[in-house]
Design a protein around this ligand. Structure first.
Ligand SMILES: Cc1cc2nc3c(=O)[nH]c(=O)nc-3n(C[C@H](O)[C@H](O)[C@H](O)COP(=O)(O)OP(=O)(O)OC[C@H]3O[C@@H](n4cnc5c(N)ncnc54)[C@H](O)[C@@H]3O)c2cc1C
Length: 396
């Protein structure tokens, strides 16, 4: 049985970032993924903010940065919109298949061992190590390490099989469904377009993320508890849009997105959980690439210290929990409050907001700035006291 210092389950953005940071720290690391090709299928709108890229030290690379994005247009059900146009590049629609392969090549070049079509199916703690049983390209194999990083996405079994509860309520899960579409038209190919309304996407939104002037990811995220499927809502949305209804569908993606249910602890004995597996996603817009990679960086630094001290106990590893909440988790908890606020709004409220607020106000809400959001609500909604009251309840 081959032994490693650390085994990472899942070669998505979280797992591949961890593989790179750990290999740079001279750890002997294995990163496995059950898929036969890294990054495929994508299960993602492929939006990535420039601020995230800067924070993560990722230079925009034309190989995977497909479309420059300057801001967003948010549409109320009547199609009245609020626009945030920064008039400069604020992010990209990326080609995730290429992006993740580049992350994998980089991690491998630092010394990480990456294996695809390797499905981890069982985990057993034995003599201070975890034995991981896998089916690798049709063969049963076992690997062992004193530390496992669960970066296996929303369907994560790793943590649960190691006795760590990552269950999430239906209300904190969104169902996502998406078509990559060609030969379509939309207002501005450098803005992401988000469409709100209970009939359009209950407790969520539809999106058009342009990949070129005529091609885009057209998708939807709705509450996991909805009786109708995300696909039904998306098909209805596409039919209602002249620029979309005659487009070609060149890829279909579906997946779930954790939009809450943050874990109190992110580590247990011999185990660290990162990315979607740890529900580390922005609760309002469901973006998780940057958050997953940031968490993986924090977790990997703690893992390297654990290796140095040979301490793989829960207490030591939970330094990562404290560090992550300080860096990101507490802010995401505030954003979760804003999501709960948005959930209470009906279509008339969205229309009122579209008429009363502007792009900067939307940013306050999206950034989880409760105090400034409350001030903004008091100022901009003086003529709509009922709506202001509903919103202020959550902005404490
Ligand atoms: C429809 C949709 C649209 C989205 N749009 C955006 C967006 O535009 N921007 C954004 O930032 N985020 C978006 N997200 C969220 C984003 O995709 C995730 O937050 C991100 O992929 C999390 O990365 P991760 O590495 O934690 O998990 P994942 O990317 O899910 O990677 C987990 C990996 O683990 C592997 N795995 C699972 N189980 C095993 C096992 N037993 N053995 C081996 N391998 C295993 C899987 O094959 C997978 O490759 C979207 C999500 C969905 C569903």
């Amino acid at each position: 049985m081959q032994e490693f210092d650390i085994i990472i389950i899942g070669a998505g953005p979280a797992g591949l970032r961890a593989a790179k940071v750990l290999a740079e720290g001279k750890a002997n690391v294995l990163c496995i993924d059950k898929k036969q090709e890294i990054g495929v299928p994508k299960r993602c709108g492929e939006g990535l903010g420039l601020s995230w890229m800067n924070r993560l030290g990722l230079k925009p690379d034309p190989k995977w940065c497909l479309q420059e994005i300057n801001g967003a247009a948010l549409y109320a059900p009547s199609m009245k919109s609020v626009k945030l146009n920064f008039k400069k590049v604020s992010g990209y629609i990326i080609e995730r298949r290429v992006f993740e392969k580049e992350l994998a090549k980089e991690a491998a070049s630092k010394g990480a061992m990456i294996r695809t079509k390797c499905h981890a199916s069982n985990f057993e703690r034995k003599n201070g190590k975890v034995i991981v049983s896998c089916v690798e390209r049709g063969e049963d194999v076992q690997y062992a390490a004193p530390l496992i990083i669960a970066a296996d996405g929303t369907e994560s079994l790793t943590a649960r099989k190691l006795g760590f509860d990552t269950k999430i309520g239906l209300n904190d899960i969104e169902s996502g469904y998406q078509y990559e579409m060609a030969n379509i038209s939309f207002e501005n190919p450098h803005l992401i377009n988000l469409f709100f309304g209970k009939e359009i996407a209950p407790r969520g939104y539809c999106w058009i993320f342009p990949k070129s002037d005529t091609c885009a990811n057209v998708g939807i995220g709705i509450a996991g508890s909805e009786p109708k499927t995300a696909k039904e809502y998306l098909d209805k949305f596409i039919k209602a849009h002249l620029g979309l209804r005659n487009g070609s569908i060149i890829e279909v993606n579906a997946g779930t997105i954790p939009v809450g249910g943050f874990l109190e602890e992110l580590a247990a004995d011999n185990l660290i959980v990162v990315g979607d597996a740890a529900h580390q996603v922005n609760p309002i817009h469901g973006g998780g690439i940057g958050i997953a990679m940031e968490a993986a960086t924090i977790a990997s630094k703690v893992a390297l210290k654990a290796l140095g001290k040979k301490d793989f106990g829960s207490k030591f590893l939970n330094q990562y929990t404290a560090e992550w909440y300080k860096t990101r988790g507490n802010k995401l908890k505030r954003i979760l409050k804003q999501r709960h606020m948005l959930e209470e709004l009906n279509d008339d409220n969205f229309e009122t907001l579209a008429n009363a607020i502007d792009g900067d106000d939307v940013m306050l809400i999206a950034e989880g700035d409760l105090k400034s959001s409350a001030k903004m609500v008091l100022k901009k909604l003086v003529r709509h006291p009922k709506l202001a009251k509903v919103m202020l309840k959550y902005l404490k």
